[in-house]
Design a protein around this ligand. Sequence first.
Ligand code: SF4
Length: 213
Amino acid sequence: MKRSDNRVSKIINILKSEYPRTKTALKFKTPHQMLVSTILSAQCTDERVNKVTEELFEKYKSVYDFAKADLQKLQDDIRSTGFYKNKSKNIVKSSQKIAYEYNGNVPDEMEELLKLPGVARKTANVVLNNAFDKSEGIVVDTHVKRLSQRLGLTTQKNADKIEKDLMQIIPKEEWKNISYRLISHGRRICSAKKPKCDRCSLSKLCPSAFSFH
Ligand code: SF4
């Protein structure tokens, strides 16, 4: 942490007490299953992904099964998660790279994860957090992006730049959990269209409070 102020610490502490549980809802047993689930979760709910992977991981038991999967069949298997053409291509290609260049093991470093087809920082951060209990950055999804902007934690629009700003002001030990907490708060209180500032525990600390009414 390079800089943290009182306001940021207060925000972190309030979110911590309000959302103590920060485990991913995605079901997985191996780092590779975590990677596949994370790829499938783009623009899709965790519930839907879990439903699909319940059968998928029975059918494709290892990284090698995914590496040699028939693209058309895999597309059919994951169709209900949306964007199935891109997702199946990324799953097969990244599995091939893991199988043949990493001895079947998902790499546990950001730099290596980013070399996998279809894996950007957000996916890599989720995999590192959940499969390896490591934090090399902060997951910035649409909720984290919106709340960081409204709470005045960043003035950036680009996810990678927002992540950099957050990493400057949030202590490293909070990197993993802050995303889940902001996502929960975004879903429950600070929604995109109608933020419930009157019910928000952060309203006294938020420069955007009540500016939507
Ligand atoms: S005060 Fe309003 S804008 Fe600020 S975080 Fe809470 S709900 Fe969002």
